[in-house]
Ligand binder design. Structure first.
Ligand SMILES: *Cc1c(COP(=O)(O)O)cnc(C)c1O
Length: 413
């Protein structure tokens, strides 16, 4: 398809920029592995309590070096990104403390953790931790004046979500996070700054801990797992806070010293080694998709030449039928479960039904090509991931053609 080839050619310079970031991050990962003398013996697993699991300790140390942390906690039994973030929150906050989100409402799954939604589950709210939030300004930037007003003597932790998640806000760049850290610490310097790093890892050369953030958390079935990690999550940052998160994962006193790695370590090391490359593949995939869809007259966000802070691409379809057709065709062009037909369903906790296309090797892994969409106007699909650029390109062209066949629906332009 000529238009697709043109879109690709026009993005050559964007691809070059992505390659430079990839090189930088690949070096970072390689140096961390060299420095920690990674060796075959670290791939052997432990059982039982997992005392003296050298592989696990080296894994923590490699992650810490890559992300500019004093210490890290990388575990297969951190079951998701939400779990990793909850460990940080429950780990460091105490009754009477206040949690302040400065990027608006956090990712949906954190609502019950904080106590914005649901009750009786032992949320932070039930444990006496109050919550306050400052929304992003209309243009998606941080609202510093309102942040200053919101900070009070109880504010103990400031929460920043780096990625857009599945909303129409833009991703933050590390330089924005730096500005926020400096601003907040000037007002009250004992505030702990936690960044939800999901979807942001290796998108830029710097990471949040490089600019003064205290703690980050994320999922290993997203960027830093490189498509190889079969599950897991991580926490990294200042030793004191990582220790507190580890006390929450296991128990006070035991912390990071226990936890059998069961032979999982090699997957995590190999995944981390591949991660800068895989993140670059998925970034090229979304940059191509944005350019191609724009040429085809669709509204995309971010735009093709816009700088990226995460690996998510929003594409607006303007009709539910087209949106559904697009997602279904992504599924049909997946390596796994290509024969399955995703349909919208009422997921608990969401205000619209959701369709999810993910024909992935690791269940639900969104570093692999996947598309999610709430079925509500303006009918936006969130496309992300892709282990292999060529696959993203092919699947997106196919999916574009499939939704085009649906034709014009009620009053669309
Ligand atoms: C994925 C994600 C999370 C955590 O989600 P899990 O599905 O629990 O791993 C949190 N925040 C953002 C922005 C995310 O993209």
């Amino acid at each position: 398809m000529q238009i697709a080839q043109n879109a690709e050619r026009e993005m050559e310079n964007e691809f070059k920029k992505i390659n430079l970031i990839k090189e930088h991050n690949q070096l970072k990962v390689l140096y961390a592995m060299k420095k920690n003398k990674l060796s075959d013996t670290h791939f052997a697993g432990t059982t039982g309590y997992g005392y003296d699991d050298v592989g696990r300790d080296v894994l923590d140390s490699v992650f810490a070096d890559v992300f500019g942390a004093e210490d890290a906690l990388v575990r297969h039994n951190i079951v998701s990104g939400t779990h990793a973030l909850a460990l940080c929150l429950f780990g460091v906050l105490r009754p009477g403390d206040e949690l302040l989100s400065i990027t608006g409402k956090p990712y949906d799954t954190l609502e019950e953790v904080i106590g914005i939604r649901g009750s009786g589950g032992g949320s932070l709210k039930e444990l006496g931790v109050s919550y306050r939030q400052v929304d992003l300004a209309f243009d998606g930037s941080l609202d510093f004046a309102s942040i200053e007003k919101a900070i009070n003597k109880n504010t103990r932790l400031v929460y920043i979500q780096r990625s857009r998640g599945y909303t129409q806000r833009p991703a933050l760049f590390v330089k924005d996070i730096k500005e926020a850290v400096e601003y907040v610490k000037k007002i009250k310097n004992d505030i702990i700054i936690l960044v939800d790093n999901c979807y942001g890892e290796f998108v830029e050369e710097e990471e949040p801990l490089d600019v003064g953030v205290d703690l980050i958390a994320g999922s290993l079935i997203k960027n830093p797992g490189g498509g190889i990690a079969p599950c897991g999550g991580y926490v990294a940052g200042k030793s004191t806070y990582v220790k507190m998160a580890a006390y929450r994962l296991t128990t006070p006193g035991l912390g990071k010293k226990v936890g059998a790695s069961l032979g999982m370590n090699r997957n995590f090391f190999q995944g981390l080694f591949l991660a800068p490359h895989v993140v670059a593949e998925s970034l090229k995939g979304v940059v191509f998709s944005s350019a191609f869809m724009t040429k085809m007259g669709l509204n995309t966000f971010p735009k093709p030449f816009e700088k990226r802070g995460d690996i998510i691409q929003a594409i607006q379809f303007g009709s539910s039928d087209k949106l559904i057709a697009f997602c279904q065709e992504i599924q049909k062009n997946s390596p796994v479960d290509a024969f399955a037909l995703p349909v919208p369903w009422d997921m608990p906790g969401y205000d619209a039904s959701i369709i999810m296309a993910a024909g992935t090797f690791v269940q639900g892994a969104s570093i692999e090509l996947s598309a999610d969409a709430p079925i509500k106007p303006p009918y936006i699909a969130y496309l992300q991931g892709g282990l292999v650029y060529e696959h993203v390109k092919l699947a997106v062209i196919k999916a574009f053609e499939a939704q085009k066949k649906i034709g014009r629906i009620y009053g669309e332009a």
